[in-house]
Design a protein around this ligand. Structure first.
Ligand code: FEO
Length: 172
């Protein structure tokens, strides 16, 4: 049985991951509306990955004997003033998610909950990758996205992203 505080944090994290999926779908809506289908596709894939993260944590809670409680998912409230803005918001959001995962990891460490630490190892690594990806998107957009040809090429590149289910995630 999980400690109550750790269970509460993980339960909240399910909500945060579902919100992340919602947020990235909102980014995808924006880009689709702007005619940038490659960018929209990239964020649709990202939303699927975030949903997977939520499922993985939900399953861990269930397998640990915790009753999962669903919290309301907030409405994404971003207004974007240009094509770079969602990418910067995405990078900022991933840094925030990393801080949440780190806080849960810290609590598990304090309580010598090695099982949860091991479960979260995958998420620690994943957050490192997601921050790098988000930062790369911002850098590429700044470098190439300011002229039409560069933006077109970048849109094509992002359209090639393939969704891979997070089956390599932590044992559930
Ligand atoms: Fe599930 Fe992008 O963190």
């Amino acid at each position: 049985m999980l400690d109550k505080k750790i269970a509460k944090l993980l339960n909240e994290q399910v909500n945060k991951e579902l919100y992340s999926a919602y947020l990235y779908l909102d980014f995808a809506n924006y880009y689709a509306d702007e005619g940038l289908d490659g960018f929209a596709h990239w964020y649709e894939v990202q939303a699927q990955e975030e949903r997977d993260h939520a499922f993985m944590i939900r399953r861990y809670l269930i397998n640990s004997g915790v009753k999962v409680e669903f919290l309301p998912i907030a409405k994404p409230d971003k207004e974007f003033k240009n094509h770079l803005a969602p990418l910067e918001a995405g990078y900022e959001h991933e840094q925030y998610v990393t801080s949440l995962i780190t806080a849960i990891y810290h609590e598990a460490f304090e309580q010598k909950d090695y099982k949860t630490m091991q479960f979260l190892d995958w998420f620690i690594k994943e957050q490192g990758e997601e921050e790098t990806n988000a930062d790369d998107m911002v850098k590429k957009m700044k470098l190439f996205g300011t002229d039409a040809k560069g933006l077109y090429a970048l849109n094509q590149e992002l359209a090639a992203r393939v969704y891979t289910p997070s089956a390599t995630g932590p044992a559930m």
